[in-house]
Ligand binder design. Structure first.
Ligand code: CA
Length: 252
């Protein structure tokens, strides 16, 4: 049989070149601000600086729809700042629903300040004086942790050797990729999302072809046969998709 539908073409891969991460440094002491900025740029980060809390707010909270620079991925906040202090800034940023990681940097190193900083939503705290390597390591860890939280968990259905990747419209049997037509894919997705359920041909037509389908019920059988040829180790004696005579089909 060579008349099956063309295989599903996977959606184009997302842009795989990672965007350069952008770090905002909020620090009123110019020497520290510039030294940290240079060190982070040396590590390949994009850096933006602010000398007071108000300028920091302008960078962090770009009104929706307003064209601006790329969003900030991490903020390094000094606690003692003119205009708006670091704690208020941190609190405000969280109230705005921004989830970027925040590292607080301060000469105040007492346990109390540390606790307060973390309570207003900072993710980490580094006391002055600090080593640049330590700061860079903390930044890297915070960015990595945040990135992991943003990644969607991969949605898959798995049954024995068969894995169906929902976001990628892709199916593997063992380690082999299987090229399915759109209809074959929909049938398998339906089956795998309802293991052991018995489907009549009418139900499969309704779900896969839609209520306006005018064709023959035999269409279902033909597609099931094609699907079996692709996923069953022995299509003549199927172990995944079984036929229930007089009822329909069942997966699993
Ligand atoms: Ca300061």
């Amino acid at each position: 049989m060579t008349t099956s539908e063309p295989a599903l073409t996977a959606s184009p891969p997302p842009n795989l070149t990672p965007r350069t991460e952008r770090i905002l440094i909020v620090e009123d002491e110019a020497l520290i601000r510039e030294t940290v900025a240079l060190a982070l740029m040396d590590e390949g980060y994009e850096v933006e600086t602010a000398a007071d809390g108000k300028a920091a707010l302008d960078s962090l909270c770009v009104p929706p729809g307003e064209m601006g620079d790329a969003p900030i991925d991490l903020a390094i906040l000094d606690l003692m700042l003119p205009e708006v202090n670091g704690l208020d800034l941190c609190r405000y940023v969280r109230q705005q629903g921004l989830t970027l990681p925040i590292l607080i940097l301060s000469a105040k190193s007492s346990e109390m300040d540390r606790v307060v900083g973390l309570e207003v939503g900072a993710d980490d705290y580094l006391a002055k004086p600090f080593g640049m390597k330590e700061l860079i390591a903390r930044c890297r860890a915070l960015l990595r942790r945040h990135q992991r939280q943003l990644e969607p968990t991969q949605a898959i259905f798995r049954h024995q050797d068969i894995t169906l990747y929902l976001n990628e419209l892709r199916v593997t049997v063992g380690t082999c990729e299987v090229g399915l037509s759109p209809k074959e894919y929909r049938i398998l997705e339906l089956f795998m999302s309802h293991p052991r359920r018995v489907w009549s041909r009418e139900q499969l037509i309704e779900k896969v072809w839609g209520p306006d389908f005018m064709g023959d019920r035999k269409t279902v059988d033909v597609h099931i046969r094609w699907l079996r040829e692709k996923i069953e180790p022995d299509p003549s004696s199927p172990k995944y998709i079984t036929t229930l005579r007089g009822f329909g089909y069942r997966f699993g």
